[in-house]
Design a protein around this ligand. Structure first.
Ligand code: TRP
Length: 386
């Protein structure tokens, strides 16, 4: 008995992923099993490729690594039933590069499959779980919206819904969801405690609501695909997919990404600004942060030449792999040169810095001319239909 308890404790310490915190070194295969997701395999990639012609590097590199019912979404699509996309942002702070990964992939899906996109801003969620005022959170929203608009989603097919402002679109659906989920079901998924405030206990119904919004608006079921980081799974597994059959809707399908770690170790979090790259960082910020990043290099040039580096634990390599070097040949070359001791950390850091700076220059340009109104202008049409 005692032994079992201890084993559980140790296991708990290794990693934990919930929608509100990610701790430790995540074992994605184990997480996939625990959450009951399916790994993205070559078979499903081939199926996607049939429609998209090429595969996004986030798929080729297995950064989007798990799914639920993606095969069903493709079946429906092949039968002529179009799906819509649903993703979102909890505005807890400034936008960093890690946040952009699902958004960039979502835009790719929107372009390739010509989908509508519903983008939810959960300012209510962050108010309920963070010690920030509504005014502070709203400031984050304004900043985040510029980054979202800079991604370039199709304005004719994208709706950005901010919960505190556009609640009318979601409220009726949310209470229907909420009535079908007991406290004990929800707390088994989210781990609510006695001290949890009652707002956050209702909140999951609001995050599940957009899964069904287009079906309500169009008065017929429309398949939903959610691209998101994997920590969002409890909302879909525990709430949206659980209530869908009770309310007569399709269950939403999901496609999930891994997390981009921080530059100094495992966790990328806005509360550690020196280990994240924010979209508003200056060139000096980028250079300083990359220079201090954790690498897999040896202690001296001599040792590096003799033993080779270890790209598998190198954060500089990881940033290139996850985001900044899309070219497969180049990334393989960097990997093998490092392993063979033919490449040094300084060189990689310089290269990463220049890639990030180039990306941010372009992103900032788009951010400066971003028109958020484009994604808000059609909301009143939706409101009339609800
Ligand atoms: N809860 C998410 C966050 O904290 C925001 C969100 C709302 C979301 N709806 C979503 C994320 C749908 C992905 C998909 O960031």
């Amino acid at each position: 008995m005692k032994k079992r308890k201890m084993a559980k404790k140790k296991y708990k310490k290794e990693f934990e992923v919930t929608p509100w915190s990610v701790e430790g070194k995540v074992d994605y295969e184990r997480l996939t099993k625990e959450f009951g997701l399916k790994l993205i395999d070559s078979k499903i990639l081939e199926r996607i490729k049939k429609h998209t012609k090429e595969l996004h590097f986030l798929l080729r590199r297995n950064i989007f690594f798990a799914h639920r019912d993606l095969d069903w979404i493709l079946d429906k699509y092949e039968q002529g039933e179009k799906f819509f996309l649903y993703t979102g942002r909890g505005p807890s702070g400034k936008t960093h590069i890690g946040h952009l990964i699902p958004w960039i992939f979502t835009k790719w899906l929107q372009d390739k499959f010509d989908c509508e996109l519903y983008f939810q801003i959960t300012d209510d969620e962050k108010f309920l779980i963070k010690e920030q005022t509504l005014e502070e959170i709203n400031k984050n929203v304004e900043e985040n919206l510029l980054d979202i608009a800079a991604i370039g989603f199709n304005p004719e097919k994208t709706y950005i819904i901010q919960n505190t402002k556009d609640i009318k679109l979601l409220y009726k659906i949310a209470i229907k969801i909420a009535r079908n989920v007991t406290y004990s079901t929800a707390s088994a998924v989210f781990g609510f405690k006695k001290e949890s405030n009652i707002g956050i206990i209702f909140f999951p119904a609001l995050q599940a609501a957009p899964c069904f919004l287009p079906s309500v608006l169009n008065k017929k079921n429309i398949p939903c695909l959610i691209p998101a980081a994997v920590d969002q799974d409890p909302y879909w597994r525990g709430i949206a997919r659980y209530v869908a059959p009770k309310l007569g809707f399709y269950k939403p399908a999901q496609i999930h990404s891994k997390f981009l770690p921080g530059l100094k170790g495992e966790k990328m979090s806005s509360s550690e600004p020196e280990s994240c790259i924010f979209t508003t960082d200056s060139e000096e910020d980028v250079e300083r942060k990359v220079w201090k990043a954790l690498t897999g290099g040896q202690k001296s040039l001599k040792e590096q030449k003799e033993k080779g580096g270890n790209p598998d634990i190198c954060l500089v390599y990881k940033y290139l792999f996850y985001f900044f070097e899309e070219n497969d040949e180049k990334i393989e070359k960097i990997y093998s040169e490092c392993k063979k001791g033919e490449r040094f950390c300084g060189e990689c850091k310089k290269y990463l810095s220049s890639k990030i700076k180039e990306f941010l220059r372009e992103h900032k340009k788009k951010r400066n001319i971003a028109k958020i109104e484009d994604y808000k202008k059609n909301l009143n049409i939706l409101e009339m239909k609800i």
